[in-house]
Write a protein that binds this ligand. Structure first.
Ligand code: NAD
Length: 487
């Protein structure tokens, strides 16, 4: 991609709040600079919503709510289908935009756009299948009729690591269910969300149904919206720390809350695994998005007999990665999103090495510009080391050995998180037994990627509440209404 093409993409991207069907600056004129993490240079400056803007967006969403809920499911479905087609048609521009504001490679960004668009297609199909039930009461006296109604105005808050997919994974089911939304994207990556709002408008979404408000004042703006009785749903994706805070905020007005939070995925390799498959899987599970994924393999537990061999092969693949600007062809690892993220990764590695782990490759910050951290493998990582306990969110693979299945299961489940686990073995019986023993919402069995718009995505323990994707994702934006009826 040339500099001219980049400039064209950035010039065409909206930078104002998208509120009530039109673009406008923040009520008090404040703005947020957006940086390219590979260079540290400012690439755009977007409007930063105030509390007044947040409440105006709730008004717009509330005013559009009854009309959208009354729109025929088939009509809502066709709008979502058009959004899928528009997004797919603009995949290259959107992918480049994601690279510019997030830093990931073009390969990862293209995959994200395809995955993100699929949520519009899947929920176009689900919009006509919200369903409901009817049954005879056990007493035989009446019927039990259950309707699935749109839950109402929904506040959506998304992170920077998948700026397109985390937005469509919420907007798709909300619109399919008949809800109107206010989306607050992460301040690091607001451009993709604003571009998606433009696509939805072109697809035929009426004014007020989707509002997008970047804001550097997330806390007060989101809390003001949650305090507003017209808001009925909060759907959040981000860190466990912020999720806990928002749950407490939602409790004040008893707002229904879905939480997709942090992860600390264990990756188990048994000694009967095909090590070629295990290493391929490990590279995907660890290095997709440069390790900045909630589903990233965070802890590699390898059966003792194959630990050295696995570590050597993984190291060879990690050392073959090419770091650089995500738009450069051949680059397989971009920068981390900002200096704070890079420094946190470096601190976790330093603290772990201080406890006795050895650095097999990588392990030191690369000089700027940009926020680069090299592919890193740590061996003989002791139990309780910070890299095993905390979400790394970077290209660091800590390896520790286990002796038997029971020990592997205990080590994997020894975490406050429970989003996803990975298991590699050629013995399918053992694989399924271990998968079932994982205290996590998802398991990749001989697969390094679990994400699929048709599957329920979500975690146990402090990784979250509720599920996104699949039919479950639609139900999160509905409320049952039971009518006791005699006829
Ligand atoms: P974050 O929690 O810092 O921010 C997420 C969003 O919340 C952003 O839009 C941010 O502006 C907003 N926010 C921050 N403080 C807020 C407050 N006080 N009130 C209201 N909103 C607030 O997370 P992040 O750094 O953007 O993303 C990385 C985290 O997201 C990781 O922990 C990762 O595991 C998690 N994540 C989870 C999933 C999942 O599906 N489980 C998917 C992607 C990312």
């Amino acid at each position: 991609m040339t500099t001219v093409e980049q400039d064209t993409i950035l010039r065409n991207v909206p930078v104002e709040l998208f509120l009530g069907g039109s673009s406008r600056p923040a009520s008090d004129g404040l703005r947020i600079p957006v940086y390219d993490p590979a260079t540290g240079e400012e690439i755009a400056c977007v409007a930063s919503a105030s509390v007044a803007d947040g409440l105006a967006a709730v008004t717009a969403a509330h005013e559009a709510a009854s009309g959208w809920a009354a729109t025929a499911p088939r009509a809502r479905s066709e709008i979502l289908r058009r959004a899928f087609e528009l997004m797919t048609g603009r995949a290259e521009e959107l992918a480049a935009l994601i690279v510019l504001e997030n830093g990931k490679t073009l390969v990862d960004a293209r995959a994200e756009v395809a995955y993100a668009a699929e949520f519009f297609r899947w929920y176009a199909e689900e919009a006509v299948r919200a369903g409901g039930t009817v049954q005879t009461a056990p007493s035989g006296a009446n019927r039990i009729l259950v309707l699935r109604k749109p839950i109402g105005v929904s506040v959506l808050v998304t992170p920077w690591n998948f700026p397109a997919a985390m937005a469509t994974r919420k907007i798709g089911p909300a619109l399919a269910a008949g809800c109107t939304v206010v989306l607050k994207p992460a301040s690091e990556t607001p451009l993709t969300a604003l571009a998606i709002a433009q696509i939805l408008t072109e697809a035929g979404v009426p004014a007020g149904v989707v509002n997008v408000l970047p804001s550097a004042r997330s806390g007060p703006v989101v809390q003001a919206m949650l305090n507003d009785p017209r808001v009925r749903k909060l759907s959040f994706t981000g860190s466990t720390e912020v999720g806990r805070h928002l749950l407490a905020g939602a409790a004040k007005t008893v707002v229904s809350s879905s939480m997709e939070l942090g992860g600390n995925a264990p990756f188990l390799v048994f000694d009967d695994a095909d090590l070629d498959v295990a290493v391929d899987m490990a590279m995907v599970a660890k290095m997709r998005n440069g390790g900045e994924a909630c589903t990233a393999a965070n802890r590699f537990y390898v059966q003792r007999g194959v630990a050295a061999e696995f570590t050597a092969r993984l190291t060879e693949r990690m050392e073959a990665q090419k770091m650089g600007h995500g738009l450069d062809p051949g680059v397989s690892l971009g920068p981390l999103v900002n200096a704070a993220s890079r420094d946190k990764v470096a601190q976790l590695v330093e603290a772990t090495v201080a406890l006795g782990a050895s650095v097999v490759t990588g392990g030191t910050i690369v000089d700027g510009p940009g926020y680069f951290y090299p592919p890193t493998v740590l061996a003989e990582v002791p139990p309780g080391a910070p890299v095993l306990v905390e979400e790394i969110f970077g290209p660091v693979a800590p390896v520790a050995a286990f002796d038997d299945e029971a020990e592997a299961v205990a080590m994997a489940n020894d975490s406050e998180y429970g989003l996803v686990s990975y298991v590699c073995t050629r013995d399918l019986g053992k694989g399924l037994r271990v998968a079932e023993a994982m205290d996590s919402g998802m398991v990749g069995l001989n697969r390094g990627v679990v994400s699929d718009p048709a599957a329920p995505f979500g975690g146990t323990k402090q990784s979250g509440l509720g599920r996104e994707g699949g039919h479950d994702g639609l139900l999160e934006f509905t409320e049952s209404q039971y009518i006791a009826v005699e006829w």
